[in-house]
Design a binder for this molecule. Structure first.
Ligand SMILES: NC(=O)c1ccc[n+]([C@@H]2O[C@H](COP(=O)([O-])OP(=O)(O)OC[C@H]3O[C@@H](n4cnc5c(N)ncnc54)[C@H](O)[C@@H]3O)[C@@H](O)[C@H]2O)c1
Length: 399
């Protein structure tokens, strides 16, 4: 695995001249949190990834309010803006549609983009439920466009290292996948009823927001689940309205969930997520135990991986911490000398670069990138967790 790669202190900043790089026109719906993260990646790709698979051209951005979307276009460097996403999709210069809108804005625009022959990247969760996600998958497949569901944690170097270790058998037979994704930001009962807490907009709460990420990692790293059981919980059932804090609205999504997984390959697992975990800022934490060893990862220390190998010399056997920052580690050929760590935002550089490569070189987005099919399968599992919680019994996974 540790093949020679020319990076680190050796070739930092060196670049061979390249002749022609294709240009891909990007049209983006939404311009807030993820809009900023995706734009940041598009801007970095042309000089961080060398040679870049393509140069993303920031063609247009769409939103609802003219002044705000115009300001976003100026700030992020998009050439045009639209107040109607349909017009942006009809723009011939837009080749890649990037959907960073809220979850209720994923399905219709993505289906329209597919029908217009645009390649698509859509943020997770792919849709509010499996039925909606299936229609998106079918539209993308029918149109034959490249499609990606933006599960960016597949593109963390330490997570990709786990994937490589499992695929080459270094951890042996996998017994356990144990994961939790914890945040703290809605613990205050006076936190307003923003879109992430409104079922008609978001579909679900911690489940689709945080759980979807970890469920995707479970499928990516361990394989398909056979059955799940789940328990959803809403701790605060009413919250102040965003536009009129003197009034309250009902919270109809889960604040947290717990779930138990049985995988087709015989492994078992637990997955939980909560936005009610004071002190846990963005703790996407997982541990995998196999017959030959274990790995443990925490996004809050994303450049590190804890590894235990049963065959280590008895005198030194124990969990040890690997700095996943060497030239030969996944994605590191483009970055810095070892130990000069990268951050959350750089996962999007890896992700978009993978998608651009698939588009211009007609490669598959799968299995390393998540496709709409992965987004759909994740939605089926999320729905099964909801159903299990309602019925009080285990539910089989059927795609
Ligand atoms: N991959 C990740 O780590 C990650 C992190 C956060 C959010 N997300 C996902 O990204 C998506 C966007 O989340 P966010 O945090 O950027 O949300 P946000 O609220 O910060 O931004 C949403 C954007 O969509 C725009 N918008 C809302 N309704 C619209 C409409 N009807 N028409 C046009 N534009 C509209 C808003 O103006 C805003 O610019 C969600 O699906 C979310 O689950 C992914």
């Amino acid at each position: 695995m540790a093949e020679e790669k020319k990076v680190g202190f050796v070739t930092m900043g060196e670049a061979e001249e390249i002749k022609e790089v294709p240009v891909i026109g990007v049209g983006m719906l939404g311009y807030a949190f993820m809009g900023k993260a995706h734009t940041n990646a598009y801007k970095k790709i042309p000089y961080i990834v060398w040679p870049p698979p393509a140069i993303p051209k920031l063609v247009a951005i769409a939103g609802r309010t003219k002044d705000r979307v115009a300001a976003a276009a100026q700030r992020f460097g998009f050439e045009k803006y639209y107040t109607d996403w349909k017009e942006m999709i009809a723009d011939d210069e837009v080749q890649l549609f990037d959907n960073v809108g809220p979850n209720n804005m994923h399905s219709e625009p993505c289906i329209a983009a597919a029908e217009a022959g645009k390649h698509i990247i859509c943020e997770k969760p792919l849709a509010r439920n499996a039925e909606e996600a299936k229609r998106m998958l079918e539209a993308a497949n029918k149109a034959g466009v490249k499609n990606m569901c933006a599960f960016n944690y597949r593109f963390v170097p330490a997570v990709r290292l786990i994937k490589n270790l499992i695929d080459e058998g270094a951890l042996g037979e996998i017994f356990h996948f144990r994961a939790k994704y914890l945040q703290e930001w809605i613990t205050d009962p006076n936190f307003p009823l923003i879109w992430r807490l409104q079922k008609d907009v978001s579909g679900s709460g911690a489940l689709g927001d945080l759980g979807a990420h970890v469920i995707d990692l479970a499928r990516f790293l361990v394989g398909e689940p056979k059955s799940v059981s789940g328990l959803l919980k809403t701790f605060i059932t009413e919250r102040p309205l965003s536009d009129d804090p003197s009034k309250k609205g009902k919270v109809e999504v889960d604040d947290a969930f717990e779930s138990i997984f049985e995988f087709e390959n015989g492994a078992v697992g637990t997955i939980e997520a909560s936005r009610f975990a004071p002190g846990r800022k963005n703790a996407n934490v997982l541990e995998i135990n196999g017959s030959k060893g274990s790995v443990a990862f925490n996004l809050e220390r994303m450049n590190e991986l804890e590894i235990y190998m049963v065959d280590d010399k008895p005198e030194i056997v124990g969990f040890h911490r690997v700095s996943v920052t060497e030239a030969y580690h996944p994605f590191w050929e483009n970055w810095w000398p070892q130990g000069h760590i990268i951050g959350w935002e750089h996962t999007f550089v890896h992700e978009m670069s993978h998608l651009l490569d698939a588009i211009v070189n007609d490669k598959e987005v799968a299995p390393y990138g998540a496709t709409f099919e992965d987004g759909y399968k994740c939605a089926v599992i999320c729905d099964a967790i909801v159903e299990s919680s309602k019925m009080g019994k285990r539910v089989e996974i059927k795609y």
